[in-house]
Each structure stands twice: as structure tokens, then as C-alpha cells.
Design a protein around this ligand. Structure first.
Ligand code: NAD
Ligand code: WQD
Length: 343
């Protein structure tokens, strides 16, 4: 089967490409590299020993998508391409609605035209907003969220309406919790642009000395130690979920991809200190606007229906992040430094 992977060069896309290629799928990787570097895909090739087409295209241009479907026998799509920064989406909502929703609509229109009706869509636990009862099951209604989160809610609605109009579609919506970590080789990982918004990339940059200290956003939540609790999931476990999703049961299905365990910020800091052998200087600051206290998944539906379960521990997640960080101190932008050092 040949799968079109949009946003393939990004964090989750690149790890999923590795899983797909290792499982024997053919892929066509599409990205506009607005938040990624082609080097990640070179490394996917190197890790798997497989060569695959890489198309530089923006999903906002429908004709470019159609060219891909003209050229390759695409049978399914995994759609990662989107903007994902919550804070940025509050300041630039139109950019987010345009990119995330027009990209999806253009893609679906082309898929419909070429009679390719199998798609896996990247949604997010952010669609739930603040939920009183943990763990979160898929039947919890959408909650209040950011413009970014609303693009995911609206995308899910669009996919639902599309399925209602034509039940020949096979649509799998995956709601990711908090992906962290890196491929165990240390060759691919998360490469945030500018100051990281997310906890683990920030901690990692503090550990390696690129940032002075971690600001912990609030220690007055009603949690075990007052700091926020999240469901961190290893990126390779998450990527593996897409293999199962591509063969998901017929129809439209929604699955949480999480571990079902909640860890506090302080627990993550401690695990990272152990994995890296570095002390993480920190200070407590005000809560971050829009943050919730606790969020973790009920992953049972994916376990039962997709036969998928996360297997890697928080220790694995921290060790793999640290390997990626130390081998690639500036992410993909200085991929020559090891070669230069060796010379
Ligand atoms: P990422 O930014 O690393 O990857 C997204 C990729 O899409 C990037 O390579 C970017 O260049 C590309 N892209 C963006 N807009 C595009 C467009 N119009 N045309 C072509 N390419 C475009 O992000 P990620 O962490 O890999 O996230 C992948 C998906 O998962 C996104 O849809 C994101 O919203 C969703 N998600 C991410 C997380 C997370 O914490 N990382 C959690 C939940 C959901
Ligand atoms: C985790 C915890 C922070 C940074 C975000 C998006 C969500 C999804 C995943 C895409 C929280 C605390 C963080 C820091 C801190 N992405 N923190 N200091 O907010 O759960 O989820 O990424 O869909 O939509 O909202 O993840 O890693 O930003 O925060 O104290 O410098 O770490 O307050 O408790 P979050 P996060």
C-alpha cells in the first residue's frame, strides 16, 4: 500500500514514516517545511535504508496536491500537516484556521476526486478542554479550547459530516495526548523553532545549558504536588499507533492515543534529571493562561479495537530525549557538527 504522509518532516510525521517504512509500506512524504527541516526525512531514509519520494508542497494549494495524486497511486493518507502552537493561535487565529482547515479541505477534495477514501487524522486531547473526570474517554464532549484546539474540533466536525455524506469513507481520528521523546537511535527527534512551548523540549534545553532555568507554570493546582499533570507518551509508541490506525475498522472511528498515566511537572523534571545526570534549575511562576490542572487518557478503546498499547516508560522517554538532545544540540540545523568534529 502507498500512503501519502502530509507533514512528514515534522516531529510526529518523521517518526511515523520510520514505522511505516519498517512495516513495509510505501510512502510519499509531503511537507512545505514551514516548521521542519528536510534533514529529518534524509535521516528517516538512512534509518530505514529505504528511499521514498519527498514532495515540497503547501496543502493550501489544491493543484499541488492533485499533482501528487496524478503521479503516485496513493491508497491512504495520514494527515499531520498543521500549525500547532497554542499561544501563537491566540494571536493569529486566522492563520491557524486558514492553514489547518483549508489544508484539510483541499486534501479531502482531492482525495474524493481520486476516490481515495481512507484517512488518518491528527487530532489532539486539547479538543476536550478542561474535564472534571479522569481518565478521559472519547465520548466526552468537546470543551473550551484555543483557536488551535478549535481547528481540531472543526476538522473533526468536517470529517464527521463527510462521513455522513458518504459512508464509503474510512476515517480514523487520533487524539494525541502529550508526545515526547525521540527515536532510540538519537537521529530523529523534536526540533522546536525558537523558545520551546512544551515542557520536555524546554527541560532538555535547560539540561544542555542552552536555557538558564525551567519556569514551572503554577504549583497551586489541585494535584499530587501542585503542578500540572499530563499523559506523556513516547513518540515511537504514538507513531506505532498510526500503523494500527491505517488498518482500523471500517467507518469513522475516534481513538485516544495516550498511556493512561498522569505525571506531574515535578515528576517529569525528576525523571529527566535521572536520565541526563544533570540538575535542572527551576522556579515556580504564575499559571500559564489556558492551562488545565490534569489531563490523562483512557486508552482502552485503542487497545481493544486497534490492538495498540503504549509500552515505553517515562524513563525511556527522558533517556531518548536526552540522547537526541546531546547528539543534536541545535536540532537539525547543525547536522554537520559531528562530521566537522570528526575531521
Ligand atoms: P510539526 O510542526 O513538527 O509537524 C507538522 C508538519 O506539517 C511540519 O513539518 C510543517 O512544516 C508541516 N506543515 C504545516 N502546514 C503545512 C501546509 N499547509 N502544507 C504542508 N505542510 C505543512 O508538528 P507535530 O508535533 O509533528 O504534529 C503533527 C500533527 O499532530 C499536527 O496536526 C498537530 O496539530 C498534531 N498534534 C501534535 C501534538 C504535539 O504535542 N506534538 C499533540 C496533539 C496533536
Ligand atoms: C505540560 C505541562 C504546563 C512548559 C500542549 C498543547 C496541546 C498538545 C500538546 C497539540 C503543563 C507545564 C510547560 C514550561 C511548565 N499539542 N509547563 N513550564 O499544555 O499539556 O499540551 O502540547 O495538540 O494542545 O496545549 O503541554 O508540554 O506545554 O505542558 O511548567 O516551560 O508542563 O503548565 O502543566 P500541554 P506542555
Amino acid at each position: 500500500m502507498t500512503i501519502l504522509v502530509t507533514g512528514a518532516a515534522g516531529y510526529i510525521g518523521s517518526h511515523t514514516c520510520v514505522e511505516l517504512l519498517e512495516a513495509g509500506y510505501n510512502i510519499v512524504a509531503l511537507d512545505n517545511f514551514s516548521n521542519s527541516h528536510p534533514e529529518s526525512l534524509k535521516r528517516v531514509s538512512e534509518l530505514t535504508g529505504k528511499i521514498f519520494p519527498i514532495v515540497k508542497a503547501d496543502l493550501k494549494e489544491e493543484t499541488l496536491i492533485a499533482e501528487v495524486f496524478d503521479q503516485y497511486q496513493i491508497e491512504a493518507v495520514i494527515h499531520f500537516a498543521a500549525y500547532k502552537a497554542v499561544g501563537e493561535s491566540v494571536h493569529h487565529p486566522l492563520t491557524y484556521y486558514e492553514n489547518n482547515l483549508s489544508g484539510l479541505i483541499n486534501l479531502l477534495k482531492v482525495m474524493e476526486r481520486y476516490k481515495v477514501k481512507r484517512i488518518v487524522f491528527s487530532s489532539s486531547a486539547t479538543v476536550y478542554g478542561s474535564v472534571a473526570q479522569m481518565p478521559i474517554r472519547e465520548n466526552v464532549p468537546f470543551g473550551k479550547t484555543s483557536p488551535y484546539g478549535k481547528t481540531k474540533q472543526m476538522a473533526e466536525e468536517i470529517l464527521n459530516d463527510l462521513y455522513t455524506s458518504d459512508t464509503a469513507w474510512n476515517i480514523t481520528i487520533l487524539r494525541y495526548f502529550n508526545p515526547i521523546g525521540a527515536h532510540s537511535s538519537g537521529r530523529i527527534g523534536e526540533d522546536p523553532t525558537g523558545t520551546p512551548n512544551n515542557l520536555v523540549p524546554y527541560i532538555s534545553q535547560v539540561a544542555i545549558g542552552q536555557r538558564v532555568m525551567l519556569n514551572i507554570f503554577g504549583n497551586d493546582y489541585e494535584t499530587k504536588d501542585g503542578t500540572g499533570v499530563r499523559d506523556y507518551i513516547h513518540i515511537s509508541d504514538l507513531a506505532n499507533g498510526h500503523l494500527k490506525a491505517i488498518e482500523a475498522p471500517e467507518g469513522l472511528n475516534v481513538y485516544n492515543l495516550g498511556t493512561g498515566c498522569g505525571y506531574s511537572v515535578l515528576e517529569v523534571v525528576e525523571a529527566f534529571e535521572e536520565a541526563s545526570g544533570k540538575a535542572i534549575p527551576l522556579k515556580f511562576t504564575a499559571r500559564r493562561p489556558g492551562d488545565i490542572a490534569v489531563c490523562y487518557a483512557d486508552p482502552v478503546k485503542a487497545e481493544l479495537e486497534l490492538k495498540w498499547k503504549a509500552t515505553r516508560s517515562l524513563k525511556d522517554m527522558c533517556e531518548d530525549t536526552w540522547r537526541w538532545q546531546t547528539l543534536n544540540p541545535s536540532g537539525y540545523t547543525d547536522f554537520n557538527h559531528l562530521v566537522q568534529k570528526a575531521e
